[in-house]
Write a protein that binds this ligand. Structure first.
Ligand SMILES: Cc1cc2nc3c(=O)[nH]c(=O)nc-3n(C[C@H](O)[C@H](O)[C@H](O)COP(=O)(O)OP(=O)(O)OC[C@H]3O[C@@H](n4cnc5c(N)ncnc54)[C@H](O)[C@@H]3O)c2cc1C
Ligand code: FES
Ligand code: FES
Length: 1331
């Protein structure tokens, strides 16, 4: 406790202190908590001090002043909709902060904000610029750079290989920095918890968490001084600390205003006065954290905004006689601290439970801004918003103080929902606590472990009679959220339970029956979960609570159901070989640009400086699949300030072509319109028909939303494979070209004569690539034609597509790509659509045009991974040894059959198993969805899963162990696959045995069985999946150019292939250094890929580009070495590389060489990779939630050129697979075909807590690949295919639950096995709920 005289500041966070509810301060002693950090404070005021005056309404804010990285800014006339992120994105020197979702869901844009002495991480994309007044903001540039020296966080992230494509890295760095600023010595748990709001699609999080864990107290914590200390840049400024305090500037800017008024009152009275003043206008909006716009997007603007942040009365926190009062402007983060502090101080279990639940709301940076009252109000205005705050606070029995001009009144949550809130403000809530007989629990069931909304949330409260199992009085509350409008209170069940003995099985039965009849969930649009699941959850959550109330009074076997699955702090082990004699080959070195990525200096397409006359583009998307576009109405859109032009298909030059698919005889495609013409067919909802060009991206996006169109339906859209088959929409071309894909032996006869005949079908769904850098392109008219900076994986096709669309020669289109923020196949073809849009716009307006897709448009317009459905027949013997397989595979290609990658399936269907008789048909099904495309391990991922499902089917039918059946069928060296691939090297069996030993399979299986016997509602499962993955190089030409500079021996390498996180450039440099004999790798720089250097270069994808560019580099190095050798031979052995180069130059040796490869093979593949993975999961049968306890991946990576990079690829691929099998799904509107899962709210790739808790990756030792480049094997895709082991582990856990009810027979568990699918597969039957 501190004792001060006014003016006062908090001894902990330094924030100014004043009594919250007073307008002036009379002499006396005051006690309370700091409104910012909750530190307990006590002070004496000796004289009367004015704190705030009750005045007439304040003036609207017109200037906002803040500081970024030590520089002062003052900005006037700010458009209310501008976020801090919008402003940062437009600052040429602040390009380090990245943006993807714009809705608080990805964490790319996290910055550190200091306001009133409090420091917190915030999503700059949500943080209103108008709220930045008085803030000090730190971005990644403020921490460190290549010039000033990197910050330890940036360094450690890079050192640990935590930055692959790098697009998430600055956000990761800033999240960690924010943690260390407030908590310099965090525990490992605190570190792990902090990354709930940062998505990384590349790394699989393991390396990021490992890097950040080094700052934990039990690792290598940073000295407090080091958090803000970076080395001097040695420049002219006075010491280059991250905040150059002595270098402050006063930069004044005026931004476009939208004409609205923004008030920042400092007292509740002022706020109410303002509300009264503008009430009649009907267009007033209160602003607290302003995060609501991340959930409810694109609301109509208001005329007047009133910020609540500065109102002290709304920050009040007080506690008296078991009543905790919390002000409405208290953020969710501060609420957690408050609940924890008072809960711990008073043994207030209820408060601690509430704190736990609030911790599950949104993510860390969002919780730092979001207020609990704002959350309630979102629910008030949007009854379908599954508010956690509403549910848990209603269950907790809170009352709300709500004020208007007539004063303040108290309401319960139900009463609040009946109010007209248009002139009211929520002031505070009062939480009763401290009743030791009270039992209180809350639950939140989500699609992934964190950072997403609930399917169902629930809160339960009852008070037990003293020493009894009956309810005291009528104190009971059963509240659900997410199942219908607002919350549902199960009043009949509540009444039923009053007076009953809870320990009686009859009471439970009666309550469940009562609950079952009164709860009628309607579910949530876009969730994808069935009503049956919602219903099950309401019953099973109640059962969990019931068990928790009875505690030890019920058997241990069922009692374990009451809690959630505990997830310990995660860990990982990576094991690989490295041969020092070959360094830098095989050296586990960090990506060369990793620190630049972490510091934000690495340039992506949108970091290109803006041209002075630059414009921005946004596609206008259709909203009705399978229709005719009748007309387009652009009137409203054209009036939006900043709109320059709205293009349609008629703007495509007459000598060009309204088609973004390039013509390529080696890779044929059917045309797809750049913009659907009026009168033509709209195939899918999301297909663009216009493109807005505007002065800013925000204006272009807003105008694109304002364009409307009329459609005539051509029928109900066909959206699934089943419906496509039913509607006869299988593409005939493929049927004609390949009626039978592969056949070997005599499968019909072999099937008939097999001892066992097994048939079934299995399917797996689509997947969005979720690259953190959405698709984007900048097209700049030049005297030449066009310079195109695209985020494409396929430079050659980008160039060709633009040229053909505009009707100009290819040499007039110069395409370059520095790096991508992730691709995963999604930018292979579809990037050309965006590039053609930008190019068309630039050529029409003759100005540079930049198109940056927002996440909603990107997800709707761009196709993803294809779904598959396979119908199969298997013939086998008693041991499950395969004799015949006949399968028909249906792939959902979307509306066109453009992507041949979909049929990679055709060469992966056998996975790791030999079968003498095969027949495989493969069919392309049309649906009214975007053309599907390549997505990491296209075809192969589905094929592996389908074959493994078939092995499960065989094992279950024969009542044999799936591991025994799998092992019995593994390919052996010398066998040939049905598509003619000989296997002269095949390590499957030895890999299998090695992994089984390493992961201690036998004893762990026993432990799993013991666990399952001991637990009725929690089950564990263990699964092992092998992999054979063919790598084909054929038909993939690759180029490179190496230039050696005579002055110092430095080397530049450029190619036509794109760095997108896979470490291509680093490996290229390693190979060049090794081959040319350069010791110092820093002498080598790999330049942006371009169409000039790499003409007719194949796409970067399919895991092979890195290998083949390395081969091209070797080819160029051979040429150079042949020229250099005679000079080198004449020099002393000690001659350095620069000396040799200089001598070559003097002797007239050409020091530049081009390399080119186009590999051939008489077989489908050049070689095969192998691997085996074992995964263990724990499953909550009641909810379907599951935890990946451990994964052991053993992979044959040959002799890896860079094992650190390759391990990162394997981890990232595996975790992307986990998302595919467990958390990611598409949901569409059945009438319009619109994608409902089109943002981070509804689409959930894995977060940092969805990865295996114990994640071990081993690369096979001593296994150089004789057919590979320098002994290596590809790694970007194959390990992903083994990720289905987690789904099968879940399946085994479900089988154990089914065995409890005598139903352990084979069932198909389709992908994705989301929590709802898993729970339903467990055949949950509430009549089985027992004590
Ligand atoms: C990425 C993300 C994930 C999320 N996940 C979850 C989740 O898992 N569970 C969940 O429940 N929520 C979730 N949310 C919602 C989040 O909790 C709310 O956005 C937040 O609490 C709103 O608070 P705010 O202060 O930002 O409100 P604002 O956005 O400022 O305001 C929201 C509404 O409340 C009104 N308002 C605010 N304060 C008051 C007041 N004192 N009196 C009267 N009206 C007021 C405003 O006028 C406005 O209409 C998520 C949000 C995001 C962005
Ligand atoms: S861009 Fe801000 S959270 Fe995604
Ligand atoms: S490194 Fe994290 S998204 Fe690419």
């Amino acid at each position: 406790m501190s004792e001060n005289a006014a003016p006062l500041s908090c001894p902990s966070c330094n924030a100014r202190l004043k009594p919250a509810q007073l307008t002036d301060l009379r002499p006396g002693i005051y006690k309370g908590n700091c409104a910012q950090c909750l530190h307990p404070v006590r002070f004496r005021a000796r004289a009367r001090v004015a704190v705030a005056e009750a005045i007439a309404p304040p003036k609207p804010v017109d200037v906002v002043s803040f500081n970024v990285n030590g520089f002062d800014y003052a900005i006037s006339n700010i458009d209310r909709s501008l976020s801090l992120g919008d402003w940062i994105a437009n600052q040429p020197d602040l390009k380090g902060t990245k943006f993807m979702c714009g809705e608080g869901g990805c964490g790319a844009c996290v910055v550190t904000i200091e306001r009133g002495g409090a420091v917190f991480a915030a999503n700059s994309c949500l943080f209103p610029l108008l709220l930045a007044d008085g803030c000090s903001i730190t971005t990644t540039e403020g921490l460190g750079s290549s010039l000033s020296g990197f910050h330890p966080i940036q360094e450690r992230l890079a050192e640990h290989n935590g930055s692959q494509c790098g697009f998430c890295s600055p956000g990761m760095v800033m999240s960690m920095y924010s943690l260390l600023k407030t908590n310099p010595k965090p525990t490992r748990k605190e570190v792990e918890d902090r990354f709930d709001g940062n998505i990384c699609r590349c790394t699989g999080y393991r390396s990021i968490l490992d890097a950040m864990m080094t700052f934990a107290t039990d690792a290598r914590p940073l000295d407090i001084e080091d958090i803000d200390k970076v080395p001097s840049c040695g420049g002219a400024c006075d010491g280059c600390s991250h905040v150059c305090l002595k270098k402050k500037l006063d930069i004044r800017q005026t931004l476009q205003s939208d004409g609205s008024l923004w008030y920042s009152p400092t007292s509740l009275q002022d706020c109410l006065l303002l509300l009264g003043k503008y009430k009649e206008s009907g267009s007033v909006r209160l602003i607290a954290g302003d995060t609501g716009k991340g959930v409810i997007k694109f609301e109509d603007p208001s005329a007047v905004y009133i910020s609540l942040t500065g109102i002290a009365d709304l920050h009040v926190i007080s506690c008296e006689k078991g009543l905790l009062t919390v002000g409405a402007a208290v953020t969710l983060s501060a609420l957690i601290q408050t609940l924890t502090m008072y809960g711990e101080a008073s043994d207030g279990k209820k408060l601690l439970k509430l704190a736990d639940h609030v911790q599950k709301i949104a993510n860390f940076p969002v919780r730092n801004m979001a207020t609990w009252a704002g959350n309630l109000m979102l629910s008030y205005y949007h009854s379908d918003f599954p508010s956690d705050v509403m549910t848990i606070m209603q269950a907790a029995g809170v009352s709300l103080n709500i004020a208007d001009s007539s004063g303040s009144k108290s309401y319960d949550v139900a009463g609040f929902l009946q109010l007209d809130m248009s002139d009211k403000v929520i002031v505070s809530m009062v939480i009763p606590y401290g009743d030791s007989n009270e039992c209180f629990e809350t639950y939140k069931i989500m699609s992934r472990h964190q950072n997403t909304h609930a399917f169902v949330n629930a809160g339960f409260r009852l008070a037990l009679s003293t020493a009894g199992t009956t309810i005291a009085g009528k104190e009971i509350s059963i509240v659900y959220g997410g199942i219908g409008p607002h919350t549902f209170e199960a009043t009949s069940t509540q009444s039923y339970l009053v007076g009953k003995d809870l320990a009686s099985p009859d009471t439970l039965k009666g309550a469940l029956s009562c609950l079952s009849s009164e709860v009628k969930p309607i579910g949530q649009s876009g969730s994808g979960a069935s009503v049956a699941y919602y219903k099950n959850l309401t019953l099973s959550l109640f059962y969990k609570f019931y068990l928790s109330v009875l505690g030890d009074g019920v058997s241990a076997r069922v009692q374990s159901a009451s809690g959630s699955i505990e997830r310990p702090i995660s860990s990982g082990v990576e094991t690989y070989d490295s041969d020092k004699t070959k360094y830098p080959l095989t050296e586990p070195m960090t990506k060369m640009t990793a620190t630049l990525q972490a510091s934000g200096e690495a340039q992506y397409m949108n970091d290109m400086p803006a041209y002075p006359n630059e414009l921005h583009g946004a596609f206008v998307l259709s909203t009705q699949a399978n229709s005719t576009l009748v007309s387009i109405d652009t009137e409203a859109a054209s009036k939006i300030p900043g709109v320059v032009k709205i293009l349609s298909s008629t703007d495509v030059p007459s000598n060009g072509s309204n088609n973004w698919r390039p013509r390529d005889v080696r890779e044929p495609h059917v045309p797809e319109p750049l913009l659907v013409p009026v009168g033509s067919t709209v195939e899918f909802s999301g297909q663009p028909f216009a493109l807005v060009i505007a002065e800013s991206q925000n204006a272009a996006d807003a105008a694109a939303r304002a364009v409307t169109a009329k459609y005539t339906s051509l029928g109900t859209p066909v959206l699934t494979i089943d419906d496509s088959i039913e509607a006869g929409m299988v593409f005939p071309d493929r049927e004609k070209a390949a009626p039978l894909v592969w056949g070997s032996g005599d499968p019909d006869d072999a099937y008939k004569t097999s001892k066992h005949q097994i048939s079934g079908e299995i399917s797996c769904g689509p997947q969005y690539h979720f690259y953190m850098e959405t698709q984007r392109c900048l097209a700049v008219p030049t005297e030449d034609g066009l310079d195109v900076v695209s985020s494409t994986q396929y430079i050659d096709h980008c160039q060709r597509a633009v040229a053909q669309m505009l009707g100009i020669t290819e040499n007039r289109v110069n395409v370059s790509v520095k790096r991508l923020g992730g691709g995963y196949g999604g930018k292979l073809h579809n990037a050309q659509h965006i590039a053609c849009g930008a190019a068309l716009a630039a050529s029409v307006v003759k100005r540079p045009v930049r198109v940056v897709m927002d996440i909603d448009s990107n997800m709707q317009m761009v196709g993803g991974r294809a779904s598959y459905l396979v119908k199969y027949q298997i013939g086998c013997d008693d041991n499950g040894v395969l004799n015949a397989i006949i399968m028909t595979a249906y792939a959902d290609t979307g509306f066109s059959e453009n992507c041949q990658y979909l049929f990679a399936f055709d060469k992966f269907f056998d996975n790791a198993y030999y079968c003498p008789h095969w027949k495989v048909y493969s069919k392309a099904c049309k649906t009214h969805t975007a053309s599907n495309t390549a997505c990491r391990a296209p075809g192969a991922l589905a094929a592996t899963f389908i074959m493994e499902s078939m092995m499960e089917h065989v094992a279950k039918t024969l009542n044999r162990s799936p591991e025994v059946v799998r092992f019995a069928n593994l390919y052996k060296k010398g066998q040939v696959t049905p598509y003619g691939q000989p296997l002269p090297y095949c390590s499957l069996s030895s890999l299998w045995l090695q992994l089984m030993t390493a992961c201690d399979f036998v004893s762990r299986l026993k432990a799993v069985e013991t666990f399952n016997e001991a637990n009725r509602w929690k089950k564990r499962g263990l699964s092992v999946v092998p992999l054979k993955y063919g790598i084909g190089w054929k038909g993939n030409p690759f180029h490179c150019l190496i230039s050696i500079y005579a002055g110092d021996g430095s080397v530049s390498i450029a190619s036509g292939s794109v760095e997108m996180g896979q470490g291509l450039n680093t490996k290229v440099a390693q190979v060049a250094a090794y081959s040319l004999g350069i010791d110092d790798l820093s002498l080598i720089k790999v330049k942006a890929a371009s169409s000039f250097i790499g003409p007719n270069n194949k796409a970067t994808g399919g895991s092979v580009a890195t290998e083949l560019v390395c081969a091209a580099v070797l080819n160029a190095c051979d040429t150079l070495n042949a020229r250099i050798k005679p000079v080198r031979d004449q020099m002393k052995a000690a001659a350095t590389w620069p000396d040799i180069v200089n001598e070559c130059y003097t002797s007239g040796v050409d020091l530049a060489a081009k390399g080119w490869v186009e590999m051939t093979s008489k077989n489908p593949f050049n070689y095969c990779s192998y691997g085996v993975t074992c995964t263990e999961v724990e499953l909550d049968i009641l909810t379907g939630e599951h935890e990946i306890v451990r994964s052991d991946v053993l992979y044959d990576c040959g002799e890896s050129i860079n094992p650190e990079i390759d391990v990162g690829q394997a981890q990232g691929a595996f975790v992307m697979g986990i998302g595919y099998w467990h958390t990611e799904r598409f949901v569409r509107d059945s009438t319009t075909g619109q994608l409902l899962t089109k943002n981070t709210w509804n689409y959930t790739p894995p977060s940092s807590k969805d990865i295996p808790c114990d994640f071990r990756i081993t690369f096979l030792k001593d296994a150089p690949n004789p057919s590979g480049i320098l002994g290596s094997k590809a790694v970007g895709e194959p390990p992903m295919c083994m990720s289905c082991s987690s789904l099968f582990a879940v399946k085994h856990a479900i089988e154990s639950a089914r065995a409890e009810i005598g139903k352990d027979v084979y069932f198909a568990l389709n992908g994705p096995a989301t929590v709802d699918a898993v729970q339903l597969a467990g055949l949950l039957d509430p009549s089985q709920f027992s004590l």
